[in-house]
Design a protein around this ligand. Structure first.
Ligand SMILES: N[C@@H](CCC(=O)N[C@@H](CS)C(=O)NCC(=O)O)C(=O)O
Length: 224
């Protein structure tokens, strides 16, 4: 089977698909596009104009959750639980990760302190809730890495950059979340889901947004 992943270097949803492909040891080609100047061929295969799109034997599959489920259907090892109820619950938590990503978007897009603090508060609530559902670990569902972990890998990657600039989203007392974050972030598939210049690209992207976070980055970079 030929697999091509149409991507953007910073897209967290692309990272989910890359992590799934890497977990499965799949052969695939990654094609990065410029989302600020979308090629015509991309708009033909992406009805929502969004990355990722997986070309599976040249047939486009869009939406990261759908791409990950498809990959899980056709390539071993299984990342979703086999039990239907556990699988349904995992799907819910993947959607939860998407809502966390939207809040992260609000955080780096915030133009004033009130919007910035509101985004931090909501994010803290989301992670406080996760603390109550995490069980034995090291991964979300226990010993086995799952698609929920793949969905949170890119979330934790954002938080690493924010931490480096003194913006700590996850409260220190959330021990379960901290242990889970460390296990997910150390996973080779998660580490390799972005190129080595990702931090510089993300930094430049946030600066371009010109909000509160951009001002913090400028200040902290000057202090460093
Ligand atoms: N629900 C989609 C979200 C994908 C998404 O938001 N992709 C962003 C980049 S990270 C995008 O392509 N944005 C371009 C646009 O909306 O014009 C998924 O899970 O695949």
């Amino acid at each position: 089977m030929s697999l091509k992943l149409v991507s953007h270097p910073l897209c967290p949803y692309v990272q989910r698909a890359v992590i799934a492909l890497e977990e499965k040891g799949a052969q695939y080609e990654r094609i990065d596009i410029d989302l600020a100047d979308k090629p015509a061929w991309f708009l033909e295969i992406s009805p929502l104009g969004k990355t990722p799109v997986l070309l599976a034997d040249a047939q486009p599959v869009f939406e990261s959750a759908v791409i990950c489920e498809y990959l899980d259907d056709v390539l071993p090892p299984r990342l979703h639980p086999l039990d239907p109820l556990a699988r349904a619950r995992h799907r819910g938590w993947i959607e939860y990760a998407s809502s966390v990503l939207n809040m992260i978007g609000s955080l780096y897009g915030a133009q004033d302190e009130a919007a910035f603090n509101a985004a931090i508060k909501l994010l803290r609530e989301r992670f406080a809730h996760l603390e109550t559902v995490l069980e034995e670990g090291p991964y979300f569902g226990g010993a086995r890495f799952s698609l929920v972990d793949a969905a949170f890998g890119p979330v934790f990657r954002y938080l690493d950059l924010f931490d480096a600039y003194g913006v700590h989203v996850i409260a220190r007392e959330l021990r379960e979340v901290a242990a889970w974050r460390a296990a997910v972030s150390a996973r080779p598939s998660v580490k390799s889901a972005v190129a080595s210049d990702y931090p510089q690209r993300l930094h430049a992207f946030i600066l371009k947004r010109g909000g509160v976070l951009a001002r913090i980055l400028v200040r902290e970079t000057a202090l460093a």
